[in-house]
Design a protein around this ligand. Structure first.
Ligand code: FE2
Length: 391
């Protein structure tokens, strides 16, 4: 566990290593925290759970809890808070980590304590840091001349396999959600059986080529980061670099409203999250474009050797996939360990996304994982896969 905590931290620090103090402090967008807040918050959340709650110790600085409380401090005001400066945040992160390891040294992962059974609270802390890495990458898209310290170009050269546009998924009973054993969030439980009608689902995520055709025919708004190149084509600008839009790549940075409109234009619909999960059975996160250092999706149709049981490829990795489902509780849902992770977001305001994107850490993603966001959001790494009824 100590090694995994260390790996997560080294990864976080690699992401911010190229940044100046000004870039760390800067508010790029009111819907995204300045990166300096994320760093302090990651350490403060660790202190709260692994040092105070599990170790029963007092915090290093009691005033920090309120400043780094994600619910108390909405993203748009985080740039104005008297939070730790770039000089202060690293010693705080290191100080918390030292105490975390002292507590970890003396702990028994008692099966009777639900926080410690299977190391739950430690898994939760790792997942938290991984998930913040992804929101940090959302902001890094906006940082001029960001030069990553590590890049893995392998996914970009994965071969693309030809195949049918859509594949058929069997109806009947499907088990949905995370099993009772092993780490998962409360919203993925309990595992339960649903009965689905057979349906069709796109074999690959929707490509930029298909999305460009849609834009030409409808005059719809382009995805975030796209602009006209002056000659009828499109360029995409991210991390301060502009490139012609690659028609082979999956479309990314589209909102739910845009994904839904595209699906209807194509004579299809978005899958429900239950359909998505059924269609993803058999997909492996080990053969998927995850873990962030590819800095972009693989071509639509890559990883065909790792298709799911129904024949869909890239169900995991590359782009998050919008579903038609609202983020709601599964039957017999129970809050664990705190209502602010999932329960306060249940309702008809947020839509579920599935599958993870290139910008998700590999260990954060599983078939049952549910992400959610507002239908207008497009700074997230979201794309589209359509479905249709079997008629
Ligand atoms: Fe957080």
């Amino acid at each position: 566990m100590a090694e995994r905590l260390d790996e997560a931290r080294r990864h976080t620090l690699k992401l911010v290593e190229p940044l100046s103090e000004e870039q760390l402090n800067r508010v790029y967008d009111p819907i995204l925290s300045p990166l300096i807040w994320d760093l302090g918050h990651i350490a403060n959340f660790e202190e709260l759970w692994l040092v105070q709650r599990i170790g029963g110790r007092a915090p290093l600085r009691g005033d920090l809890g309120e400043l780094y409380d994600a619910i108390e401090q909405p993203r748009k005001i985080r740039g104005e808070l008297p939070i730790l400066t770039a000089d202060e945040v690293r010693p705080y992160m290191d100080g918390v980590r030292e105490r975390t390891l002292e507590v970890l040294d003396g702990i028994d992962l008692e099966p009777e304590d639900p926080l410690l059974a299977d190391g739950f609270v430690y898994e939760m802390l790792l997942a938290h840091e991984y998930q913040h890495n992804e929101t940090m990458l959302q902001l890094l898209q906006m940082v001029e001349e960001y030069e990553p310290v590590e890049v893995d170009r392998a996914p970009a050269s994965e071969p693309v396999a030809e195949g049918p546009k859509m594949v058929r998924a069997e109806g009947g009973p499907h088990e949905i959600g995370a099993p009772a054993v092993g780490f998962a969030y409360d919203n993925e439980r309990p595992r339960h059986r649903v009965d689905l009608e057979p349906f069709w689902i796109d074999r690959t995520p929707v490509s930029n080529a298909d999305y460009m055709t849609y834009l030409e025919e409808t005059g719809a708004e382009p995805p975030m980061y796209w602009e006209r190149d002056g000659e009828g084509g499109w360029v995409r600008t991210a991390m301060g670099r502009s490139e012609a839009v690659d028609p082979q790549l999956p479309v990314i940075h589209v909102s739910w409203d845009e994904a839904d409109a595209f699906a209807r234009w194509a004579g299809k619909r978005l899958p429900t999250e239950l359909e998505w999960e059924a269609a993803a059975q058999g997909a492996s996160r080990e053969r998927a474009n995850l873990d962030q250092f590819s800095f972009g999706p693989a071509p639509a149709g890559a990883y065909a050797d790792a298709a799911s049981e129904c024949g869909a490829v890239q169900m995991l990795g590359d782009v998050w996939e919008w579903t038609s489902s609202d983020f709601t509780a599964y039957p017999d849902f129970r809050v664990f360990p705190y209502p602010e992770y999932s329960e306060v977001f249940f309702g008809d305001e947020h839509r579920v996304l599935r599958g993870g994107a290139w910008a998700a850490r590999r260990d954060a993603i599983r078939i049952s994982f549910r992400n959610w966001d507002l239908p207008i959001r497009r700074q997230i790494f979201a794309g589209i896969r359509c479905a249709k009824d079997d008629v």
